[in-house]
Design a protein around this ligand. Structure first.
Ligand SMILES: Nc1ncnc2c1ncn2[C@@H]1O[C@H](COP(=O)(O)OP(=O)(O)OP(=O)(O)O)[C@@H](O)[C@H]1O
Ligand SMILES: [Mg+2]
Length: 357
């Protein structure tokens, strides 16, 4: 980048390159030996609403709009480039107005006539969408693999379980003194638990036929509401409904019941005693949206990034299949699940793409 120095020590690109740099979609800037910004292109105004001339001349250490951690990473890497005279590249999360964005930053030393590093040229690209896309691909890949395993072994494991259960029931009835009745019941209970787990696991299987029929999400919610409410009450929490009038869409009723059940269950488990979990439905630009909101402690970032991965759990007795099943069901319905979470709780939005009935 050819450039010339201005009065206030800022460095402007020469006319021949100015157009290119000023219209670039990436943030391009130059930092001098004092670790002050000597140039930044105008895209920064679109990103953070601050004019470039209000930033030029400022020490990098004072620019904390991306979070103090992001500034610290910048300073550390700038110092490395000045010291090692080498290009470097890093990716870092930048927290702006409560949202996390990911930036990929290239830093390259600009040498003076003596071969010393005069300044560092930095190009930062917003890769937030790419990162989300990669994470989604990786998650789908894992789901696909688990689906295949589930399909091949699920039934094989279930058959012997059913046989053993049958014999246990028979022995339980035969026992004259019935002194072992309690143990038989315990064994049968454990087998039923294993069977329930397998059923959930099998929902992940690829080849399960879908029964999509025009239906109203509100009717499904109302039909399972008493069950969900009883479950919430048993845990000293409550459940409310806020259902707007919504269009009918193509749904597999059994699957949707499972999806609502799993997300509500998580909401109840995350909520403090006496708080309320709310199930809402509404239309958003012709799309039906289901939102399940809780007042729990929120989902930590490392868990949030991997939500939907089979066997991911933070609970002592959790299996970590609940959300994996939900993501699979959402995919079957051409719906997208987007969690929104913070210190005051979480909301899981399930947005069903508009479909013609
Ligand atoms: N509403 C929520 N609030 C806080 N954390 C949540 C919420 N929903 C999910 N999580 C986190 O995501 C993890 C995965 O959830 P998932 O439902 O897949 O599994 P699980 O609830 O742990 O086990 P199970 O298979 O019994 O549902 C949970 O262990 C929890 O850490
Ligand atoms: Mg769960």
């Amino acid at each position: 980048m050819k450039s010339h120095r201005l009065k206030n020590n800022s460095i402007e690109p020469t006319e021949e390159y100015k157009d290119i740099i000023e219209n670039a979609p990436d943030v391009i800037c130059r930092v001098d030996k004092m670790l002050c910004l000597t140039y930044i292109n105008p895209i920064i105004k679109e990103l953070i609403g601050i004019e470039q001339h209000n930033l030029i001349g400022k020490p990098i250490a004072s620019l904390t709009f991306g979070g103090e951690n992001y500034t610290a990473i910048w300073l550390e890497n700038l110092q490395k480039v000045f010291a090692a005279k080498q290009k470097l590249f890093f990716k870092a999360p930048c927290i702006y107005k409560g949202n996390t964005y990911y930036f990929q930053v290239y830093m390259s030393p600009a040498l003076d006539s003596n071969g010393l590093v005069e300044s560092v040229i930095c190009v930062s690209r917003n890769i937030t969408e790419q990162k989300q896309f990669d994470a989604e691909l990786a998650r789908l890949d894992r789901l696909n693999l688990v689906g295949k395993i589930a399909a091949s072994i699920g039934h094989e494991v279930r058959n012997p379980l059913t046989t053993v259960r049958g014999f246990l029931q028979m022995l339980d009835k035969r026992e004259k003194t019935n002194k072992n009745h309690e143990y038989y019941q315990m064994m049968i209970g454990e087998l039923d638990r294993a069977n329930a787990l397998l059923s959930e696991f099998l929902t992940l299987a690829k080849d399960k036929p879908l029964l999509l029929k025009p239906a109203n999400l509100n009717s499904i919610i109302t039909s399972i509401y008493p069950l969900l409410k009883a479950d919430a009450r048993a845990n000293n929490k409550d459940l409310t409904l806020k259902l707007d009038t919504i269009d009918n869409i193509l749904l597999d009723e059994k699957e949707i019941r499972q999806l609502i059940f799993n997300i509500v269950q998580n909401g109840i488990e995350a909520s403090p005693p006496n708080s309320i979990v709310t199930i809402r439905t509404f239309m958003n630009k012709k799309n039906v949206v289901l939102a399940i909101e809780d007042f729990g402690t929120g989902i930590p970032q490392p868990i949030l990034e991997k939500l939907g991965t089979p066997f991911l759990t933070t609970k002592e007795n959790g299996t970590g299949l609940g959300l994996a099943v939900c993501y699979k069901i959402a995919k079957n319905h051409n719906a997208v699940i987007s969690p929104s979470t913070g210190a005051n709780g979480s909301t899981f939005y399930v947005k069903f793409e508009k479909c013609s009935l």
